[in-house]
Design a protein around this ligand. Structure first.
Ligand code: ITT
Length: 221
C-alpha cells in the first residue's frame, strides 16, 4: 500500500489507476516551501508528510508552465487555478504566436530510511538545474522526459527519492470535461487532457511518467 499525501483527489485517481499497489489518500496539507522549483517543494513536502504520518509516503508537486508567459503559473499553478481560473489563463495566452506549454511534475518518496544508490543519482538540492533539465529533455524528446533523482541530505533530514516527468503541449481554448485543473486548456497531439480518459492521460502525462518510474523502483524495493 502506498500513502499518497495530497489534498487533490485528481492526483489520487490517476495514481490509483496507474500503480499496481493500492493507493490511499491522506488529505494533509503539508507546508509548501516557497521555492521556484518543483523538486525542492516536493522533497520538503515528502519530508514534512513523512514526519506527520510516520509511515512511507509519496507527494506530488506539479504545475503548468506557459512559455509565452515566462513559465507562469509554474509552482503557483494551484493558486492561479483557484484565483484567476483556467479560462483567464487561456485569455492571457490566446493572442500569442507561440502557445507552447508543459506540465511538469515531481513525485517524491520518503520512508525515513536511506536508499540504495540509483542508476543515476542526481543532487536535486540544486534548484535551477531541474527547470533547465526539463526544458532540454522536453525539447529533445517531445513527449518523453523523466529523470530520477535523490535529494542530498540536509543534516538530519530524511532522504527523499524523486521521480520527475514532463510533457510538452499547447494552450488552447477549454475543451473536455475529464481530468482536473488545467486539463481542458492543455492540448497534446490535437486532444486536450480533459478529452482523454485517465488511462490515456496517464500514458503520456507528466504524472504518469513520474509514477511509472516510481512504480518500477518501488516494486524492487
Ligand atoms: P497537493 O499540494 O495537496 O498535492 P495541489 O492541487 O495544491 O494539491 P500542487 O501544489 O502540486 O497540488 O499544484 C498542482 C496544480 O497544478 C494543480 O492544482 C493544477 O492546477 C495544476 N496541475 C498539476 N497537474 C495537473 C494535471 O495533471 N492536470 C491539470 N492540472 C494540473
Amino acid at each position: 500500500m502506498v500513502t499518497f499525501v495530497t489534498t487533490n483527489p485528481g492526483k489520487i485517481h490517476e495514481a490509483q489507476e496507474y500503480l499496481d499497489e493500492p493507493v490511499e489518500q491522506l488529505d494533509f496539507d503539508y507546508p509548501e516551501a516557497q521555492a521556484d522549483d518543483l523538486a525542492t517543494v516536493a522533497a520538503n513536502g515528502a519530508r514534512a508528510a513523512y514526519e506527520h504520518v510516520g509511515e512511507p509516503v509519496i507527494v506530488d508537486d506539479s504545475g503548468l508552465t506557459v512559455d509565452a508567459l515566462d513559465g507562469f503559473p509554474g509552482p503557483y499553478s494551484s493558486y492561479v487555478e483557484d484565483t484567476l481560473g483556467i479560462e483567464r489563463v487561456w485569455q492571457l495566452t490566446k493572442d500569442e504566436d507561440d502557445r507552447s506549454a508543459a506540465f511538469r511534475g515531481v513525485v517524491a518518496y520518503c520512508d525515513g530510511e536511506a536508499f540504495e544508490a540509483t542508476p543515476e543519482p542526481v543532487d536535486r538540492g540544486s534548484a535551477e538545474s531541474d527547470e533547465r533539465r526539463g526544458q532540454d529533455t522536453a525539447a529533445d524528446e517531445r513527449a518523453s522526459a523523466t529523470t530520477d533523482g535523490q535529494v542530498a541530505r540536509d543534516e538530519d533530514a530524511p532522504p527523499v527519492k524523486l521521480f520527475e516527468g514532463v510533457v510538452p503541449g499547447e494552450i488552447v481554448a477549454p475543451r473536455g470535461d475529464g481530468g482536473f485543473g488545467f486539463d481542458p486548456i492543455f492540448e497534446y497531439n490535437g486532444t486536450t487532457f480533459a478529452e482523454m480518459d485517465t488511462e490515456e492521460k496517464n500514458a503520456i502525462s507528466h504524472r504518469g511518467r513520474a509514477l511509472a518510474k516510481f512504480g518500477e523502483w518501488y516494486a524492487e524495493r
